[in-house]
Design a protein around this ligand. Structure first.
Ligand SMILES: C[S@@+](CC[C@H](N)C(=O)[O-])C[C@H]1O[C@@H](n2cnc3c(N)ncnc32)[C@H](O)[C@@H]1O
Length: 269
């Protein structure tokens, strides 16, 4: 029977790369496919494993029978350039009221675009912790972030492989300035092929009231939630979308941190 996920290399030529990939497979407790020279991956998909994390000289790729996903900081890059040019239209930065030195918890790291933007704004004196539940997505994000050089002062992003729903109750009151959630949209719209790969491996569960309550306890300032205009996700949580361009399918809501004069106490129990 084929494993759900395995590790291999893009080519068998480089023994250092093979040793690194093997060591990662051991750490992540995934099977390793010792790829024979000049052998394609296609024949092993659905045989050795349904998907592979493939290490090449340029980093990791998640491959399955329908597509491939790599770490791409391009979207974050555009947003960072706009911020540097003095534009004030980054909704996440505005709603979080992000400033140098702030500490941010990103409860839905994905491929880390929002986390990269936060890391740029909070700078080296700040802190960004990103949580990703999906093992393959965490590998692509955490390895990509480790290799990525932002080229300007930025906070290091700590990428944790965990379920935010399980992690949040363990975090101390007021331990981050902002907590951010960008859960998967419930009714997906047509997207780029790489995003389809992300969707296949992503945790689909929506943000629930308990997670939101814990996030408010853990935050000192704001909890910010991203959603799609055409889903009832925000309404279900009692959140009101902030006014944004009516042409955008994306909506945002923010809720203030719990007051900690009793409001958070019930949520800790
Ligand atoms: C829409 S993506 C986030 C994209 C991200 N904001 C970015 O800028 O790249 C949502 C991600 O959150 C992850 N996720 C969803 N629920 C989670 C949870 N409870 N704990 C950790 N990660 C979760 C999914 O696996 C997925 O990778």
């Amino acid at each position: 029977m084929s494993a759900p996920l395995a590790v291999t290399v893009s080519s068998q030529i480089d023994p250092v790369l093979c040793a690194q990939a093997k060591e990662h497979a051991r750490q992540w407790q995934l099977p390793y496919w010792d790829r024979p020279r000049k052998t394609g991956l296609e024949g092993q998909l659905g045989v050795f494993a349904d998907a592979f994390l493939v290490l090449g000289s340029d980093g990791w790729t998640l491959r399955d029978a329908s597509g491939a996903l790599r770490f791409t900081p391009n979207m974050a890059w555009l947003r960072i350039k706009r911020l540097e040019a003095g534009h004030r239209d980054d909704v996440l930065v505005r709603l979080c009221e992000l400033a140098p030195g702030h500490e941010v918890l990103d409860g839905t790291l994905g491929l880390g675009a929002d986390a990269l933007v936060c890391a740029h704004v909070v700078g080296p004196t700040g802190r960004v912790v990103g949580v990703e539940q999906s093992l393959p997505l965490w590998v692509i994000a955490s390895q990509g972030l480790t290799r990525f050089d932002p080229g300007r002062p930025s906070a290091r992003i700590e990428a944790l492989h965990a379920d935010s729903a399980a992690l949040l109750p363990t975090l101390a009151d007021r331990s981050f300035d902002c907590v951010l959630f960008d859960p998967m949209f419930e009714k997906p719209r047509k997207a780029a092929p790489a995003f389809d790969v992300l969707r296949r491996y992503a945790t689909q569960a929506p943000l629930d009231a308990q997670m939101l309550a814990h996030a408010r306890r853990v935050a000192r300032r704001w909890v910010v939630v991203k959603s799609a205009r055409y889903t009832p996700a925000l309404k279900r949580l009692g959140l009101t979308p902030e006014p944004t361009s009516r042409f955008s399918n994306i909506v945002w809501a923010r809720v203030a941190a719990a007051s900690h004069h009793g409001e958070g106490a019930a949520e800790r129990e």
